[in-house]
Design a protein around this ligand. Structure first.
Ligand code: GDP
Ligand code: IMO
Ligand code: MG
Length: 422
């Protein structure tokens, strides 16, 4: 019996999960998303084509791999149908190798309105949500009001939809919000028809059958551990469990069947949306990171906040996830930096600590260790033996602090710009 490997982001999302899943897919028979929804934007690049996926697993371009949208995911039929259309334009026919869990929840148009109303009501305290309706959809799931993908197979589906919409209208009234929900319904029901073209499955049975057949499965996380509903910088988080345990819940896999846990982190840090970011740089260094790293959101186009690598946070997420292997991306973005910093501790109220704090509003002063930059282009490097010593020093420090090996280093957005370390 093989075990399921999990790949997930260790920071605030956008660590390069899409690219690395695409690179690793040839080693797997199955790639499965287990949480989140179209708040995710996973980019991958090959043959000079850049593609951004929101709901569909990043293994979809390898036609021999099976891709599963697991029960833990929330699906917006409109966004899903758009993704399918862009894949078809590229000559990829996903009905053959994309399966959807009947237990995945559906995002309805009024969920997006509720998201907008909730954010507007929060004013300056807003989460900075992607406004895709993620929070309200998970609220309906846990509130036991949700609509599931499998419901579309039942004759009373439309009634269930209307019931939910009417419930939402009542809530929206309390927000003094009166949006025209109906204008979105034609596209939404058209999206439902697109979903019907796919195999709608009991994915927990399918996944466990693959495990018993010794098929190799990669679970693809969305967002990052610092956006986890339990362990992230609450309330500035998303509404799902983005950590490794989420793969068990979001796919129906027993914890004993988890194998490798790949944790991805950027060579620095970024965050979109509001919330604490101890190593954030609001100066020209932060702007340089944004420019060199093209740090603008794949889903919303918003400029990402940028800062130095935060080892306090990284060690915390390595711990929560039981990371067995680290993957460092966007190393090339630091090619022209003379010096590079890593935060090794925080100072809070005059006290030094290596604990990621409960109080997200605390005044945190990062304590930095400075490294000499490599000041050379990594873009064309194909093997670890060509790594500059400064880069090796940087990696070795991270390995010794976290106790986990860095097994892959990414030096560009393309599939080929990936170095697997021995
Ligand atoms: P994800 O959400 O974790 O899949 O990450 P995103 O796709 O949202 O953001 C990562 C961005 O960085 C994308 O535009 C990628 O094409 C790009 N990218 C990924 N790896 C690298 C890398 O090693 N170097 C550079 N320069 N860009 C990268
Ligand atoms: P990927 O998978 C980066 C952030 C939002 C906001 C907070 C809550 O591409 O790494 P939500 O829409 O879930 O209500 O937003 O979480 N966020 C992400 N940030 N990458 C993502 O996904 C994100 N998904 C949500 O910006 O701060
Ligand atoms: Mg992204």
């Amino acid at each position: 019996m093989t075990k399921v490997d999990v790949l997930l982001g260790l920071q605030w999302g956008d660590e390069g999960k899409g690219k690395i899943v695409d690179v690793l897919t040839p080693n797997y028979n199955v790639v499965a998303r287990f949480q989140g929804g179209p708040n995710a934007g996973h980019s991958l690049e090959f043959n000079k084509i850049k593609h951004v996926l929101h709901t569909i697993p990043s293994g979809i371009f390898h036609t021999e791999s099976i891709n599963i949208i697991g029960n833990g995911v929330v699906v917006d039929p409109v966004i899903f149908a758009n993704e399918i259309e862009s894949l078809r334009k590229l000559g990829v026919e996903p009905t053959k190798n994309l399966l959807i869990s009947k237990k995945a929840h559906l995002i309805v148009p009024s969920h997006r309105e509720l998201d907008a109303a909730s954010e507007a009501a929060k004013g300056k305290e807003k989460i900075g949500s992607t406004l895709k309706g993620i929070g309200p959809t998970y609220m309906d799931k846990t509130g036991r009001n949700g609509l599931r993908v499998g419901d579309i197979l039942h004759p009373n589906f439309k009634d269930k939809y209307l019931q939910l919409k009417n419930k939402h209208k009542q809530v929206l009234k309390q927000y003094d919000y009166n949006p025209d929900i109906e204008q979105h319904e034609t596209a939404w029901f058209k999206g439902i028809e697109t979903i019907r073209e796919f195999a709608l499955i009991d994915s927990e049975y399918e996944v466990n059958r693959y495990i018993n057949e010794n098929k190799k499965i990669l679970a693809e996380g969305a967002q990052g551990s610092l956006l986890d509903i339990d362990f992230g910088s609450y309330p500035f988080v998303t509404s799902s469990n983005t950590v490794c345990a989420g793969a068990c819940i979001g796919l129906g896999i027993a914890p004993s069947k988890i194998g490798q846990v790949f944790g991805i982190f950027k060579t620095y840090c970024t965050r979109v949306g509001s919330g604490p970011f101890p190593t954030e740089l609001e100066d020209e260094v932060g702007q340089k990171l944004r420019d060199e790293g093209n740090e603008y959101g794949s889903t919303t186009g918003r400029p990402r906040r940028c800062g130095w690598l935060d080892l306090v946070a990284l060690k915390y997420t390595v711990m929560i996830n039981g990371i067995t292997s680290l993957i460092m991306t966007k190393a090339d973005v630091l090619d022209t930096f003379k010096t590079i910093k890593i935060a090794t501790a925080y100072r809070i109220d005059g006290q030094e600590t290596e604990i990621y704090p409960f109080d997200t509003n605390a005044e945190i002063e990062p304590i930095y260790k400075e490294f000499k930059g490599w000041e050379t282009s990594l873009t064309n490097i194909k093997s670890e033996k060509d790594f500059p010593t400064e880069l090796l020093d940087y990696i070795k420090f991270i390995e010794s602090e976290t106790g986990v090996p860095v097994t892959i280093v990414s030096v560009g957005p393309d599939r080929d710009a990936t170095i697997i370390r021995k």
